[in-house]
Design a protein around this ligand. Structure first.
Ligand SMILES: *[C@@H]1O[C@H](CO)[C@@H](O)[C@H](O)[C@H]1NC(C)=O
Ligand SMILES: *[C@@H]1O[C@H](CO)[C@@H](O)[C@H](O)[C@H]1NC(C)=O
Ligand SMILES: *[C@@H]1O[C@H](CO)[C@@H](O)[C@H](O)[C@H]1NC(C)=O
Ligand SMILES: *[C@@H]1O[C@H](CO)[C@@H](O)[C@H](O)[C@H]1NC(C)=O
Ligand SMILES: *[C@@H]1O[C@H](CO)[C@@H](O)[C@H](O)[C@H]1NC(C)=O
Ligand SMILES: *[C@@H]1O[C@H](CO)[C@@H](O)[C@H](O)[C@H]1NC(C)=O
Length: 436
C-alpha cells in the first residue's frame, strides 16, 4: 500500500532511486539475518506450522536483543548461506544446532555441572542398562601410591564376537598378569577397577541371546540402552559416561578404545604414571585434517551436520585416555551439546572443549594402521594402534609379550637400533592442543 502510494506520488527518477533503496535494504536485511543465524540463532522464534502455530523460544534466557520471527523454510534457506563460513566455537555450534534440529530444552532439568546452559539431551534412557556391570570397587585408597586406578571401555558392536575373543586372548592377558601381580603385591602398575566391552542394543534376538551368554561367561559386557548404529556412537559414548559417573566416579583414568585396537599394556602403565593424576585432561593423538569430507564417502559430513568450513581440533577417537576428574564435566557438556555423527569430534572437539578440559596430545599414544606393528622399536615406543585383522592383533601381542614380559629378547640390543629413545617407553611427552 505504502509502495503503491509512493509510486504514484514520486516522480519517475525518484521511483528508480526508491527501487534501488528497497533492493539495498532487502539485501542488507538478508545479510543481517544470515549473520544473526551465525552468531545468535537463539534469537529466532521459528514459526512451526505443525505445532498449532505456537511460537517457541529456544536457547538461553539471557538474550535480550531483537527476536526475529521467520518461518522454517526461510530459516533453512538462510542457513545455506552459512556453508563454508568460519567455525566460531562450540557455544555457537550448540546454539545453532539446537535451533536447526528443533531441540527443546528439557523442562526442570539442570545440567550436572550448573551453568552449562539449557539441557537438550535426555539422559533418562541411560538409567537402565539391558546388561549391566558390577559397579567399580570404591577407590582403593589403600592401594600403594604407585598404582593408577583405571577403567577400560572397549567400544564394540553386538555382533563383533570374534574381535572380543581376540582381545581376551591378547592384550587382556597382560591386564590379568598385572592384576595377579597386584594381588600378590608385586610391582603392579595398574589398578584395573573394571574392564568392559561397551555395546548398544540389537533387534536381532539371536545375537542378543548370544551377547547375554557371553556376558554370563565373562562378566565384561556393558550394554547401553540405544540401538547400535555407527552414526549414533556419540549416544553410546554418552551412555558410557553416564555409567562411569554413576558407578565408577572415583577412578583415576578411563581408557576408551575401539575393538580393533591393540593396547600395549606395559606402555599404558608407563604413560599413566607419567601424568599428573590431579589434572582433569584428555590424552590422545590430534587428528591431522580438519576440513569436513563433503564427498560421498563413508566419512561424508553433510552440511546439515556441519555447515562450517573447518572442524575444531579433535583426537583420533579409537584410543583416548580421559582423566576420571574430567568425566562429570564432559557428561555435563554432553547434556547441553546436540549429538554429532562422529563420536571422536563429539567427545573431544565439542564436549571436552565445552567442559573446558585440557586436550593433551602425543603422536605415540595412538597410531592408525602402523606399517610394522611387530617391530620392537615400534612396540617399545607406542601405546595403542589399530590392527586390520585378528592375525595382526596376535602378532602385535606376541611381539609385545617378548619385548616386555618374557625377556626372550634383550631389550637393549633391540633398542640400540631404534631411532627415537635410548630405552623403550620411559617417557611419553604430551603437548597441549590449541583449543577453539
Ligand atoms: C590396607 O592394606 C593393608 C596392608 O596391605 C592391609 O592389611 C589392610 O587390610 C588394607 N585395608 C583395606 C581396607 O583394604
Ligand atoms: C607413597 O607415598 C609416600 C608419601 O607420599 C612415600 O613416602 C612412599 O615412598 C610412597 N610409596 C611408594 C611405594 O612409592
Ligand atoms: C531392525 O532389524 C531390521 C531387519 O534386520 C533392520 O532392517 C532395521 O534397520 C533394524 N532396526 C534398527 C533400529 O536397527
Ligand atoms: C597437578 O595438577 C594440579 C591440578 O591441575 C596442579 O594444581 C598441580 O600443580 C599439578 N602438579 C604438578 C606437579 O604439575
Ligand atoms: C598367535 O601368534 C603366535 C606366535 O606367532 C602363534 O604361535 C599362535 O598360534 C597365534 N595364535 C593365533 C590364534 O593365531
Ligand atoms: C630410523 O629412521 C629412519 C629415517 O627416518 C627410518 O628409515 C628407519 O626405519 C628408522 N629405524 C627404525 C629402527 O625405526
Amino acid at each position: 500500500m505504502l509502495i503503491f502510494l509512493l509510486k504514484t506520488i514520486l516522480p519517475r527518477n525518484m521511483k528508480v532511486i526508491f527501487k534501488w533503496l528497497l533492493l539495498i535494504g532487502t539485501v542488507c536485511y538478508f545479510i543481517y539475518l544470515v549473520d544473526l543465524i551465525q552468531r545468535q540463532p537463539s534469537a529466532f522464534f521459528i514459526f512451526d506450522q505443525h505445532q498449532s502455530q505456537q511460537q517457541q523460544k529456544y536457547g538461553q534466557n539471557d538474550i535480550t536483543q531483537t527476536v526475529v520471527t521467520i518461518d522454517r523454510e526461510l530459516f533453512d534457506y538462510l542457513v545455506v548461506h552459512l556453508h563454508d563460513t568460519e567455525y566460531d566455537g562450540v557455544d555457537n555450534y550448540i546454539r545453532f544446532m539446537t535451533v536447526f534440529k528443533g531441540l527443546k530444552p528439557l523442562p526442570g532439568i539442570e545440567s550436572l555441572v550448573p551453568g552449562m546452559g539449557p539441557v537438550v539431551n535426555d539422559m533418562s534412557q541411560f538409567q537402565h542398562y539391558p546388561i549391566n556391570l558390577v559397579p567399580c570397587p570404591s577407590s582403593s585408597s589403600n592401594s600403594s601410591n604407585q598404582s593408577r586406578s583405571l577403567f577400560i571401555g572397549v567400544i564394540s558392536g553386538p555382533g563383533n564376537f570374534e574381535r572380543r575373543a581376540t582381545i581376551r586372548r591378547t592384550w587382556h592377558v597382560h591386564l590379568n598378569k598385572n592384576q595377579q601381580n597386584k594381588k600378590s603385591n608385586k610391582n603392579a602398575l595398574l589398578d584395573l577397577l573394571r574392564f568392559a566391552f561397551v555395546i548398544g542394543q540389537t533387534n536381532d534376538s539371536v545375537v542378543q541371546q548370544q551377547v547375554k551368554d557371553e556376558s554370563e561367561k565373562y562378566g565384561d559386557i556393558l550394554q547401553i540402552n540405544m540401538m547400535d548404529k555407527y552414526v549414533d556412537l556419540s549416544v553410546k559414548l554418552t551412555g558410557l559416561f553416564h555409567w562411569l559417573d554413576t558407578f565408577c566416579s572415583r577412578v583415576d583414568y578411563v581408557l576408551k578404545v575401539d575393538d580393533d585396537v591393540y593396547v600395549n599394556v606395559h606402555n599404558l602403565a608407563t604413560v599413566l604414571h607419567s601424568l599428573n593424576v590431579s589434572e582433569p585432561s584428555v590424552y590422545g593423538r590430534q587428528c591431522g585434517g580438519n576440513i569436513p569430507d563433503r564427498s560421498a564417502s563413508k566419512w561424508k559430513t553433510g552440511f546439515e551436520h556441519w555447515p562450517w568450513q573447518r572442524f575444531p581440533i579433535y583426537f583420533q577417537g579409537a584410543g583416548v585416555i580421559i582423566a576420571g576428574s574430567a568425566v562429570r564435566p564432559i557428561l555435563s557438556a554432553m547434556q547441553v551439546t546436540p549429538y554429532f555423527i562422529w563420536e571422536d569430534m563429539y567427545l573431544i572437539g565439542l564436549c571436552a572443549v565445552k567442559a573446558k578440559i585440557q586436550l593433551r596430545t602425543s603422536d605415540r599414544i595412538f597410531v592408525d594402521m602402523p606399517d610394522n606393528p611387530v617391530d620392537p622399536c615400534f612396540i617399545g615406543d607406542n601405546v595403542m594402534w589399530t590392527t586390520d585383522s585378528a592375525d595382526v592383533m596376535n602378532a602385535s601381542h606376541f611381539a609385545s609379550h617378548n619385548q616386555f614380559y618374557d625377556n626372550k629378547l634383550q631389550p637393549s640390543a633391540n633398542v640400540q637400533q631404534c631411532n627415537s629413545s635410548t630405552q623403550p617407553a620411559v617417557e611419553f611427552p604430551f603437548g597441549y592442543a590449541q583449543q577453539n
